[in-house]
Design a protein. Structure first.
Length: 276
């Protein structure tokens, strides 16, 4: 068995460790492979790749895109060029603009609810990181409005909560197309988070495969053994490859550590440009 992690977030999105810190942590934990898959950005891939080379660890450059759906639908992309790809970067630039507008609107809603939260304070707290809802939640904790990030999301920031603002997302088809046209491979992230029943999830997988889906994140920190078996079987049924990821966010994902155990022949590593 080996330890790998194909789903990790850094300070370039909503994690609390830098790309370089993640690589050093992966080396300390003796991971055979580490992937950086920040939300809707490739900004951390160049320093991540450089750190992997410096620390002699196999690194996989990736991304996680949020796709439009009535449920949680995220698409992971692997083999993303660290220098970026034109069409992908153009789409990501639009997403970043929408995200900034969303953060401002969330803060406005919070103030209308009597919570003194200014976007400038959130930006200062982020210390140059990409501002996301966990930063807003952290400021709410600091100011004493809630006791934890989890409470902030439950009462104010999560879907359907008092200050929730929907995200502007790419379609699943466009997400997979952009990854593929960048020379990458697309995988369905944490399928259990869709909360679809087995028949609906299978229909989704069939549709995504028609769009060019390559894999399913079958082994995941939040999946039960029964779910892992089910998703491994689903991947096998449709000729898709399983992936394994923790969804590590540092301090923003308490209890989740880097690395999941898999067999040495878990994936065709050469297809990913990786030598294990």
């Amino acid at each position: 068995m080996i330890l790998i992690d194909m789903h990790v977030h850094s300070t370039y999105s909503d994690g609390t460790k830098s790309a370089e810190e993640i690589v050093r942590c992966a080396k300390r934990r003796h991971l055979s492979l580490i992937a950086l898959t920040d939300h809707d950005t490739t900004a951390g891939l160049a320093p991540f790749a450089a750190s992997c080379r410096a620390n002699n660890i196999s690194g996989l450059c990736g991304i996680e895109l949020s796709a439009e759906a009535d449920y949680t639908l995220h698409i992971l992309g692997y083999r993303i060029p660290p220098s970026g790809a034109f069409e992908l970067e153009k789409a990501l630039a639009k997403i970043r603009t929408y995200r900034d507008e969303r953060n401002t609107e969330i803060c406005s809603k919070l103030r209308k609810l009597g919570l003194d939260i200014e976007i400038e304070e959130v930006q200062a707290l982020s210390r140059g990181e990409v501002v996301a809802r966990p930063h807003i939640a952290r400021l709410m904790v600091i100011k004493g409005y809630v006791r934890s990030n989890a409470e902030a999301f439950c009462k104010y920031l999560g879907m359907g909560a008092a200050a929730y603002v929907p995200r502007v997302r790419l379609s699943a088809e466009e997400s997979i197309r952009l990854i593929s046209e960048s020379g990458g491979l697309a995988a369905l992230a944490h399928p259990a988070q869709t909360r679809l029943d087995s028949d609906s999830l299978e229909s989704l997988v069939k549709k995504l495969k028609d769009f060019g889906l390559w894999g399913i994140e079958s082994v995941y920190s939040g999946h039960s053994p029964e779910q892992i078996y089910s998703f491994l079987s689903l991947a096998d049924k449709y000729g898709l490859f399983p992936t394994a990821g923790s969804d590590f966010h540092g301090a923003n994902s308490p209890g989740i550590e880097l690395g999941l155990p898999v067999s040495e022949d878990f994936l065709p590593w050469a297809r990913l440009g990786i030598k294990i």
